[in-house]
Structure formats: C-alpha cells, structure tokens
Design a protein around this ligand. Structure first.
Ligand code: SF4
Ligand code: SF4
Ligand code: FES
Length: 252
C-alpha cells in the first residue's frame, strides 16, 4: 500500500464564519513541501472519509520563499508553506501535519488572510525613497560599500507577516505598527535620499503605536525567515526616537 500523510486544515468559509477542522489524506511524495500538499488537496478535495468538499483556499506566488504570500501556521509555528518540507515535518511529528491561517490578520477564507495591516504600517513609516517625478535626475549619491553591506539584510523583508504574527504586542486592540515597519523605518532612514523624510518617520515612530509599544520580547527575530536582525533595528529605532524627542523638545 502506498504511503499517505494526514493533514488537518483549519477552515473558514468567509471572514465572518466560524472555523472548523477538516482532515485530508495525501499520497506521500519524496521532497514535497506544504504548497505541493495543498495543490494535491485542491486537485482532489476529499476528506479522510471520502466526503467531497470545496478545495482549500491558500495564497502562493513565488514558491521559493521570496514573496511571503504563503505564510501560515504549520504545526503551530508561523512560516512559509512553500519552504516547509514534508520530510522535516514528519520527522518531528509523523502522524499529522496541521495548517492554520495566521491569527493576527483577518481571515479571508481558509488559509488566506488579509495582510493590509502590514502594508498600512509601511505607509505610516514612509517606507520608500521619495521620487517626485520621472525625469532623469542623474546618478544618486554613492552609498559606501560597508554601509551597503550593513543595510542589505534589512532590505530583504518580504512583508510575510511572520514577525507580526509572533509579536505579543500586536493584537486587535493595539495600534502597534510592529517589527517589520520599524525595521523598514530604520532601513530608509539610512538611505541618502529617503533620509530627507527622517522627521516624518520619527513622528510615526514616536507616536502612539510606535517604538514605545515594543515590549522587547524578541519573538519577532526568532521567526523571521530572512534572519533580519530585527532586534538590532528596534534598538536603533529606539535610540533614534529618543534623540529625536530630545531635539524636538529643545526646538519647540
Ligand atoms: S521585540 Fe517583541 S514586542 Fe518588540 S516587535 Fe519584536 S516581538 Fe514585538
Ligand atoms: S521582517 Fe522578516 S518576518 Fe517580518 S515581515 Fe519581514 S521578512 Fe517577514
Ligand atoms: S509562495 Fe512566495 S514565499 Fe511561499
């Protein structure tokens, strides 16, 4: 008999519906990841008891841990489904693999969540290089190699939401912008052109929901799939916010 794996998926039909668990059995293939498993379920959406159901909804795009779209809870831990290898998961827990949507974002359907909250926080901290026109402005300022190397890890954020999911300070009642946005504020404050909007970024970081809401639990840095030094960024943002607040006190 061919080997199968059992996958329990936490399902939800709509944003307002309640959730329920459904178990599927999927034929094992060497080297498969959890997105492959979801593709197999979509191709044959039958519960473990043979009951026909609607295919499980999930997000995916790049399939190589670059876009961040497929973030979900796999066996209770937040990560990307496309890089969650079945062999590794079975080594930890051979009888069952569980999939759930992230909890800090509204569920759209099944494993699909709405990550708008994250993108709004990127707007709050002006996570961009301002460009007020499309004309050729000539070469930009040269960024020294050493600074480029230091900044590069901060630029690899894919807005996957894992750090937000893990952060105890991010919840329904909290306006906290979260670790990813703080990291982006630090990253753009370093940029020779984006630095011109330093004050606007610091206003956001020192306002309600800013850096002061970070409890320094450091859960964020542990789950970041890109190994971004989030706690270093948070510490730097804290120092910048203190100096900005002192400077503002004497300016006003
Ligand atoms: S250090 Fe803790 S409280 Fe601060 S952003 Fe990271 S997880 Fe959240
Ligand atoms: S900082 Fe890391 S965990 Fe957070 S959104 Fe960016 S890539 Fe994901
Ligand atoms: S599909 Fe892009 S990170 Fe998984």
């Amino acid at each position: 008999m061919s080997r199968t794996i059992t996958v329990a998926v936490k399902r939800q039909d709509s944003p307002s519906a309640g959730s329920h668990w459904v178990r599927f059995r999927v034929a094992y293939e060497a080297g498969m990841n959890m997105t492959t498993v979801l593709q197999r379920i979509a191709a044959r959406p039958e519960t473990e008891h043979g009951q026909r159901v609607t295919p499980v909804a999930y997000d995916a795009c790049c399939l190589e841990e670059v876009c961040g779209a497929c973030s979900m809870l796999v066996n209770g831990g937040v990560r990307q489904a496309c890089s969650a290898l079945v062999d590794d998961l079975l080594a930890d827990r051979p009888d069952l693999i569980t999939l759930e949507p992230m909890t800090k974002f509204p569920v759209v359907r099944d494993l699909v969540v709405d990550r708008s909250r994250m993108f709004e926080t990127l707007k709050t901290v002006r996570a961009w290089v301002p460009a007020d026109g499309y004309f050729d402005r000539g070469p930009g300022p040269i960024i020294p190699q050493k600074q480029q190397e230091g900044d590069y890890p901060l630029t690899t954020c894919m807005s996957c939401g894992c750090c937000v999911e893990a952060c105890p300070q991010v919840h329904e009642k909290s306006p906290f912008i979260g670790p990813a946005a703080i990291n982006q504020a630090v990253r753009f404050n370093e940029h020779p052109v984006a630095r011109f909007e330093f004050d606007e970024r610091m206003e956001a970081l020192t306002a309600e929901g800013g850096i002061a809401d970070c409890g320094n639990a450091q859960n964020c840095v542990k789950v970041c799939p890109k190994n971004i030094p989030l706690t270093r960024s948070i510490a730097k943002a804290g120092r910048q916010a203190t100096l900005y607040a002192i400077g503002k006190f004497f300016r006003e």
